[in-house]
Design a protein around this ligand. Sequence first.
Ligand code: PMP
Length: 399
Amino acid sequence: MSLFAAVAMAPRDPILGLNEQFNADPNPNKVNLGVGVYYDDNGKLPLLACVAAAESQMLAAPKARGYLPIDGIAAYDQAVQGLVFGADSDVVKTKRVATVQALGGTGGLKVGADFLKKLNPSAKVLISDPSWENHRALFTSAGFQVETYPYYDAANRGIHFDGMLAALKAAPAGTIVVLHACCHNPTGYDLSSAQWEQVVEAVKTAGLVPFLDMAYQGFGEGIAEDGAVIRQFLAAGLDFFVSTSFSKSFSLYGERVGALSVVCSTAEETTKVLSQLKIVIRTNYSNPPTHGAQVVATVLSTPALRAQWEEELGGMRVRIRQMREALVQELKAAGITDDLNFITRQKGMFSYSGLSVEQMQRLRSEFGIYGVDSGRICVAALNSKNIKAVAAAIAAVKK
Ligand code: PMP
């Protein structure tokens, strides 16, 4: 018998599998609203001008590619801290944040999960219901039992906040709670700052371990606004985790640029935590790659490039908002009389459309419009050319 005869076929990744189906579809009018990627109004993945400028600078003074330190480029880690916590924040000035470069936001989550597993092997993990598909898989593969807290309220098209709060209050001390810092994936519904205040209070009282996933900073209300929740956790004096992704905000998906930051109570603890994060990294992939993080560090630490980045990110944010408004208008024009305000209340790349599995499948088979079976569509892939067709198709499957 061969070594691999007993290997079972694993299921396809639900979202990346959808991409394969999309690529194979011969329909010339097909639209991919599945994967969470920002496209410009021409349907193209943008290369940000600030990124191209940083790369030109790097090319003008080419460097040999030695190994990076295990925790990555120091200037990058510092830039991440500045962005997430504020360079002048008390935690950064008193050296109470351990930040490591990671392979995208996913890498940050995974390094954090592996470290937490060593720290508290019997802790449970709570993720939102629903959440980004990979949260469950990633924490499960790190060895945790993963459960959910209520989040989406389908009937009221919003957040089941009372249920969420009750679940957090009832969770045993030490439970790890994964929270979407902004632009909740997949629903698009974010907590208000007053609601965050209650979450912070509940987490503190119950002794939970908050793990904030920040994959879309700048896509909701703005860079500072989307990061405001971090300051609320800081103000409460909590120890917590933050994973950062620059995949979307720098349109650097394939470069795998992200980070993990762990806020600790003292500088001494921070040094120890950092030493443990380095062991996790060393035993997984040894050290991170050079290019993407150098690009991001250059942009964030060069005032002119940083200003350009903020403007370009603002442009993406505004275009997504315009597409939300246009979708509402086009759906109304196509004869939909439902209250559609939820589409513009949602934040970030996604809209939980409320469409059923059958309706999503009809969108695919009859119209070549690919969204996720859950009803999630990527608003950041709508543009002035495809929006009418998408709205007409949605109206058709809703009839
Ligand atoms: N967290 C959430 C909520 C996400 O939506 C994503 C990306 N889809 C990630 C993390 C991972 O980001 P990255 O591609 O940088 O690993």
